[in-house]
Write a protein that binds this ligand. Structure first.
Ligand SMILES: Nc1ncnc2c1ncn2[C@@H]1O[C@H](COP(=O)(O)OP(=O)(O)OP(=O)(O)O)[C@@H](O)[C@H]1O
Length: 664
């Protein structure tokens, strides 16, 4: 079975096959040629300068030695030198690149500039200078070529590591307190191995040519040793009279280079789990939502009219954010934002793209990118002070994060089982077997089909909806007090969105988990959240409730403008409003320019857009708004029918703390 798979993989990878065959043959030549052909390659005879013939296929050189035999015998030394130089460049270059990536910013920038300058210098010229300084010889040629190859590997490693460093799975590892070197070896290096292997193969080819060049100009291999470069050097005086003498070493050089490139391409595609050719799991049906019962009347307490600005502050605040300001250099990204989240409550952050939602979430989780600084009068999760350096273990176990892109959440190079059980094994001390058993149960709870099999799969083998549910299960491993969901439904189609939202609601009710729920979709926020902060330009411009959003009874002009820009809230045939509002505006923008007067907007469901309403007018073809999705369809893909509370998204289920919104 395993052999079948291996054969299929090789067949699907012709580059790998061709490269391996070519280099394999060359290795055989390197092994057998010296003992078999040294005699005819090195014995001086009187048959000098013979042309190609039956006895000497490519003729003889000026000392009567067989030209082809010499080229074949030289294979061993040439390959060994090129391999040694490339291996040294690779090891030292990747190590330097990794250290540069881990270094503080100023040092990293300085090192990168130096590396860039070294890369700009042609490697052969660099090698010539080094070889000239070290003196001619085999050892100095290897050192010269190895040193000349280091900057290329260092730059590629540092640059690629930087592109992986802001991936969600790296941020999660940082939140979990995984040390930098381990993040590097487990998450970063495996995900940049493809390009590094391609560079390794091209670097081998380059080393081969550079070493041959050094020997050709007399700085490399010295007589009586010989490599292909040395053979070309010896053939130079008779190149016009007897061109066949340069043929053998030249062909050997070309064939070896092509073989190395083909092998590099093939290996790069082999190590990339996304191109291994495993069939992806069924999508669509597997992700479809299970049926839900009709939503019951909303219970969320509504802030009194005109008191929208008092919502967003909750009694018994579990999470306290007071005067949070986030800056990147001189630029203020988040300006004096304050709110609290009570235990078991869901607070939404809504606003246009760039309004600062994710920045607030990352500041809470202590995951702000380099160069971005947060200041606050208070930033705390219960007794855990989030300013400064909170203990990594507490951060890892008390805050869970679900990101927007379920694919980016997971390390594509690792199987899901290893990733999903990491927190339990690292922070809870659970054994590997028990952690897998627990995770399989958690996945089943969240309606992931065939959980055991999923744990053995790579992320690319699951659909987006399944991955998002897996990441929710993963975030819940430690039963965190606060779950941050950063646009968790944006990358999903609307049917899957509903199921994912239902899971958030279920978790909130069953575990009493407080949530900071981020979305640019005001409909989604209205459906799920108790209280909602509306952000604009990094500031909170309105504080309202989910119930008010669903009823469309919000009063703030910007919030009303956001609602007016929601397809489900607009009459069929009417113009969809663009949001044009500045902090100085006191009147909301209507499509026709008339001010909104506080009446519910046309098309907005009168008692809120629960997930069970009939499709609204104004719905865009092909993408129904969430508020319009009927969720009582038959279960799909064998998903267990559910839909009884707590899986509906109404606010009526028991077990939630009373929502008495206080004021700041
Ligand atoms: N590392 C950074 N350095 C400088 N500015 C940044 C950085 N990260 C984000 N910003 C800026 O901060 C502002 C807020 O970004 P943020 O990602 O928090 O917005 P958002 O509301 O979450 O948007 P979206 O919905 O598109 O994710 C944006 O103007 C963005 O350009």
């Amino acid at each position: 079975m395993a052999t079948d798979t291996t054969v299929r993989r090789w067949r699907r990878n012709p580059s790998l096959l061709a490269g391996a065959v070519i280099l394999g043959l060359l290795v055989v030549v390197a092994l057998v040629a010296p003992p078999l052909l040294s005699g005819s390659a090195e014995t001086l005879t009187d048959d000098a300068r013979l042309g190609p013939g039956a006895e000497h296929l490519l003729g003889t050189d000026a000392f009567g030695r067989d030209v082809l035999a010499r080229a074949l015998v030289a294979t061993r030394l040439t390959l060994l030198m090129a391999a040694a130089a490339t291996a040294a460049s690779f090891v030292v270059g990747v190590a330097i690149g990794a250290l540069v990536h881990l270094a503080p910013r100023w040092l990293r920038e300085t090192c990168l500039r130096l590396i860039d300058s070294a890369v700009a210098f042609p490697s052969l010229v660099l090698a010539l200078v080094i070889a000239a300084v070290l003196g001619p010889g085999t050892g100095s040629a290897i050192v010269a070529i190895a040193v000349a190859g280091v900057p290329g590997f260092a730059r590629l490693t540092a640059n690629l590591a930087a592109t992986v460093a802001d991936k969600d799975y790296v941020l999660t590892a940082r939140l979990l307190g995984v040390p930098g070197p381990r993040i590097l070896t487990r998450h970063v290096l495996p995900n940049i191995s493809g390009p590094l292997l391609v560079l390794l193969s091209s670097s081998f080819t380059l080393s081969l040519l550079d070493i041959s060049s050094l020997s050709f100009v007399g700085l490399g291999v010295q007589s009586p040793q010989y490599d292909w470069g040395r053979l070309l050097n010896e053939a130079l005086p008779s190149i016009f009279a007897q061109p066949s003498v340069v043929l053998a070493p030249s062909i050997m050089l070309i064939v070896t280079g092509v073989g190395a490139m083909l092998l590099g391409d093939g290996v790069a595609s082999l190590v990339d789990p996304r191109t291994r050719g495993t069939a992806p799991a069924a999508t669509g049906a597997a992700d479809a939502a299970a049926p839900a019962t009709p939503a019951k009347e909303s219970r969320a307490v509504r802030a009194p009219d005109g008191a929208g600005a008092t919502a967003g502050t909750e009694p018994d605040g579990l999470l306290t954010v007071d005067g949070l300001t986030v800056r990147a250099g001189d630029r203020t990204l988040v300006d004096d934002v304050s709110f609290t989240i009570g235990a078991g409550r869901i607070v939404g952050l809504v606003g246009e793209s760039g309004s600062g939602k994710s920045t607030i979430a990352m500041a809470v989780a202590g995951l702000l990118p380099e160069g971005v600084r947060a200041h606050a009068s208070r930033l705390a999760l219960g007794d855990l002070d989030l300013l400064g350096t909170p203990p990594g273990r507490r951060l890892a176990t008390e805050i869970g994060i679900v990101y927007q892109d379920p694919i980016g959440t997971f390390n594509p190079a690792l199987r899901l089982g290893a990733q999903l059980t990491e927190v339990a094994r690292t922070h809870l001390g659970t054994s590997r077997r028990q952690a897998r058993r627990d995770m399989a149960r958690a996945l089943a709870d969240i309606h992931v089909t065939e959980p055991e099999r999923r744990l053995r799969q790579h992320p690319h083998e699951l659909s987006g909806g399944m991955l998002q549910r897996a990441s929710i299960a993963s975030a819940m491993t430690t039963n965190p007090r606060l779950l941050i969901a950063d646009e968790p439904t944006t990358a999903l189609d609307v049917t899957v969105q509903a199921e994912v939202l239902r899971q958030f609601r279920r978790i909130n009710r069953e575990h009493g988990t407080a949530m900071l729920f981020i979305s640019h979709d005001i409909g989604v926020v209205g459906v799920l959240c108790d209280t909602v902060l509306v952000l604009h330009g990094g500031r909170v411009v309105d504080r309202t409730t989910g119930a008010d959003l669903r009823r469309g009874t919000v009063t703030h002009p910007y919030t009303r403008a956001l609602l007016a820009a929601t397809p489900a809230a607009v009459e069929a045939g009417a113009t969809l409003s663009a949001v044009r509002w500045t902090a100085d505006d006191t009147t909301p923008a209507q499509p026709d320019g008339t001010p909104l007067d506080g009446k519910p907007l046309d098309g907005t469901p009168p008692d809120g857009g629960s997930l069970d309403g009939a499709p609204s007018r104004g719905t865009q073809p092909g993408k129904a708004p969430l508020a319009a999705m009927p969720l009582d369809a038959a279960p799909l893909d064998g998903m267990p029918p559910h839909g009884t509370p707590p899986d509906d998204l109404s606010d009526t289920a028991a077990g939630r703390p009373p929502a008495a919104e206080g004021s700041r």
